[in-house]
Design a protein around this ligand. Structure first.
Ligand SMILES: *[C@@H]1O[C@H](CO)[C@@H](O)[C@H](O)[C@H]1NC(C)=O
Ligand SMILES: *[C@@H]1O[C@H](CO)[C@@H](O)[C@H](O)[C@H]1NC(C)=O
Ligand SMILES: *[C@@H]1O[C@H](CO)[C@@H](O)[C@H](O)[C@H]1NC(C)=O
Length: 365
């Protein structure tokens, strides 16, 4: 009964656009009988064996456990688990109409799970931003889990966008009473960290705000990270009239210094943008394995000044630069851009639907 097995998580079946049939289904449907053998054993035996073979196929298919469907609004996560699909080589051995699937597990190393954490909130550019990130993520080789966190309540607009992306996602809500704009992202990211910790997700965690621009090379580089990876991020200066860099200076994959810009921020320990680092999620739920000196959960702090959130978080994850890996080696490429171009407080059409679109500004004559 080696063929009764599912390698894909139930979430794969939620993907719009049709998930590929799971390997176990392929394995049990590709049967081959051997009619020549059977027909020699008398005229009545053949229908009998055919009946038996189909009965067994039906029985095996019926026994295949189908994963339970996760709810879309992400309120109940108690049985949530993810396993990266392994590209397993299969051989079929036919025995009188029933085939067994032999698996050769040690040949292919499964791809690492990338856990992308995106805080978001309702504003004019939200649909544009979320769609842009989603279009990038759907080009990234799976497995990718996109954890999108909203404040107060899950909005219909965000759910609709996520549902259509074709990316495996979780839509979470941060219930904290958020007073200031600065704290919003902090608490939303912490909601995602709690989720990763609670479900012991094993992957590379990356904080990807919705308003940044990401290259596909970035996601390829994320899978090279063992413990903690960092790289320089290009961004617009607050004056918006020049591009600046923030992040590590590397010799090979060794971090030997930092690019930084604002003098007032020189007192920071690490000069990294929130979108300029990623880390192994086991640091969150298995700190002993990494000899991390802290006993409290690894979280972003709302008590620090703006601009110090990254460094105070990273100080909980690594001791110093020797624990870091420059990505890609020599940190020689820009992998993502942070533009600070948000238009705050601009209204948007509710549900992104236009109710009154009959009044033309310029009419056709
Ligand atoms: C959230 O904070 C505001 C202002 O600090 C307060 O008026 C409100 O009652 C709080 N709401 C909850 C649910 O704690
Ligand atoms: C994280 O690190 C642990 C311990 O070295 C390792 O077993 C695990 O595979 C790593 N996970 C990823 C996604 O790299
Ligand atoms: C870079 O690393 C190489 C080999 O580890 C070393 O010889 C060289 O001095 C390093 N350069 C700098 C600038 O640290």
């Amino acid at each position: 009964m080696a063929s009764i097995r599912r390698t894909l998580s139930p979430l794969y079946h939620n993907r719009p656009g049709g998930a590929a049939p799971s390997p176990s289904q392929k394995g049990t449907t590709k049967q081959h009988n051997s009619p020549q053998l059977l027909s020699r054993r008398g005229p009545w035996r053949r229908p009998f064996y055919q009946f038996l073979a189909f009965f067994l196929i039906g029985f095996l298919l019926g026994m295949t456990p189908y994963g339970q469907i996760d709810d879309m609004n992400g309120t109940d996560h108690s049985t949530f688990q993810i396993k990266p699909p392994s590209n397993v080589k299969r051989e079929e051995i036919g025995v009188d109409g029933v085939s067994f699937v032999a698996e050769d597990l040690d040949l292919v190393v499964p791809r690492k799970l990338v856990i992308v954490v995106t805080p978001t909130y309702n504003r004019a550019m939200q649909a544009y931003y979320l769609n842009r990130v989603a279009q990038t993520l759907r080009l990234v080789e799976p497995p990718v889990l996109w954890i999108v966190v909203e404040g107060n309540a899950a909005s219909f607009e965000t759910s609709e966008i996520l549902r259509k992306t074709g990316v495996m996602y979780r839509h979470l809500v941060c219930k904290r009473n958020m007073t200031s704009f600065k704290d919003r992202g902090v608490h939303q990211r912490n909601t995602a960290l709690e989720h990763i910790e609670l479900h012991k997700l094993d992957g590379i965690v990356y904080f990807a705000d919705d308003d940044n621009v990401y290259s596909l090379d970035l996601f390829r580089s994320l899978r090279e990270i063992r413990r903690f990876g960092t790289w320089p991020v290009a961004m617009l200066a607050p004056s918006k009239n020049k591009a600046i860099l923030e992040g590590p200076v590397c010799n090979g994959s060794q971090v030997i210094g930092w690019h930084t810009n604002e003098k007032s921020k020189r007192v920071r320990r690490f000069h990294v943008d929130m979108s300029g680092f990623a880390f192994n999620s086991t640091i969150l739920w298995d700190p002993k394995r990494w000899k991390r000196p802290f006993s409290h959960p690894t979280r972003q702090l709302d008590t620090v000044k703006e601009g110090f959130q990254e460094t105070t978080f990273i100080e909980q994850v690594v001791a110093d630069e020797s624990d870091m890996e420059g990505v890609p080696p020599a940190c020689s490429r820009i992998l993502n851009w942070h533009l600070h171009l948000d238009a705050l407080d601009v209204p948007y059409p509710q549900g992104w639907v236009m109710q009154k679109n009959l009044e033309a500004v310029v009419t056709v004559r």
